[in-house]
Design a protein around this ligand. Sequence first.
Ligand SMILES: NC(=O)c1ccc[n+]([C@@H]2O[C@H](COP(=O)([O-])OP(=O)(O)OC[C@H]3O[C@@H](n4cnc5c(N)ncnc54)[C@H](O)[C@@H]3O)[C@@H](O)[C@H]2O)c1
Ligand SMILES: [Zn+2]
Ligand SMILES: [Zn+2]
Length: 377
Amino acid sequence: MRALVYHGPKNVSVDEVPDARIESPTDALVRITTANICGSDLHMYEGRTDVETGKVLGHENMGEVVAVGDAVVKVRVGDMVVLPFNIGCGFCKNCESGKTGFCLTANPGSAGAAYGYADMGPYSGGQAELLRVPWADWNALVLPDDAREKQRDYTMLSDILPTGYHGTELAKVGTGDSVVVYGAGPVGLMAAISAKVRGAAEVYVIDHQPDRLKLAETVGATPIDDSAGDAVQQVLDLTRGEGVDAGVEAVGYQAHDHDGAEKPGITINSLIQVVRPTGRIGVIGVFVPEDPNAEDDLAKKGRFAFDFGTFFFKGQSMATGQANVKQYNRGLRNLIHRDAIHPGVIVSQELNLDEAVEGYKNFDARLDGWTKVLLHP
Ligand SMILES: NC(=O)c1ccc[n+]([C@@H]2O[C@H](COP(=O)([O-])OP(=O)(O)OC[C@H]3O[C@@H](n4cnc5c(N)ncnc54)[C@H](O)[C@@H]3O)[C@@H](O)[C@H]2O)c1
Ligand SMILES: [Zn+2]
Ligand SMILES: [Zn+2]
């Protein structure tokens, strides 16, 4: 089968690799119809993880079931399914309590597994013609009859929509709240949609990329351009000097100032400033324990100066981590099915798998008009 393979920093290609196949009776085999490129893939693409060369990438996967193992009872050949990027077993302590992003079985010695990702187990990704889905009855979400017609929307259920929603859950966004989202990338935009679903009255999205800020407006949020002046001050001015009830970090450790200098703590410390006393902060942007290619010594160890005094003084709370996609994907699927949300509006390119190399290059450069890329193997 053809698949997108990682060969080293900024070096990927579409290669012929052995077909994915059923390896265990609980597996399903899926013919991929859509696999997206994610901001998380770019951490690997840029050489900012320890992902091994030869890995097939792709954790945002959707497609048609073409085979199932003998122990699969729910999922059937012919079903259209979307797969959470996390792989869970369904029976460990964390899976049982809904923390499927931290499965203790799928990646022994660690907590959490995923398709085609650094440090998340041996699983191949879905930027390929075929994908092996372990524990298929637990992991595959079966889609309704409009699956192919609404592919652009449903494909967002694999990661970024539930991840954005997870950010608003971690920040406990509730009816009538004011919310700030740092980052108007795909994940930040999904957090903005999610905040609206949860009844937020005001949603501000901060970035410095004009095309992405425009999309923030499209999804019903107020865009804040941090290159046009201090973003914290702009939001304070819009909230009577009070700050917001809740904040979501959707940028991660490669956060930079608008001149492009990397500052991993810049968004977290800004959130501490802009969220009101006793407010909540949800961090879904990825931060890593080791970052050997970072610019300064603290950052190499995954550390930065944290404004803890102000955080404590304001009595704020913060929660973090990979999204437990399975906790939210069924409900969000139903909202898409009933036309209540249209997350596919952020899709900017739909490419053939053979065009994936160019897709990576342009998405990584964050070229104007490259917001979310779907690959169709
Ligand atoms: N927790 C999870 O389960 C999970 C899942 C998916 C993605 N992620 C992570 O979420 C983050 C965002 O993903 P994405 O696909 O939207 O990535 P992206 O790189 O496309 O978007 C990030 C955006 O942040 C902006 N940005 C950079 N520095 C900024 C700053 N100081 N202030 C405001 N905006 C700033 C960039 O201009 C860009 O538009 C990444 O770290 C990704 O790895 C986490
Ligand atoms: Zn992703
Ligand atoms: Zn588990």
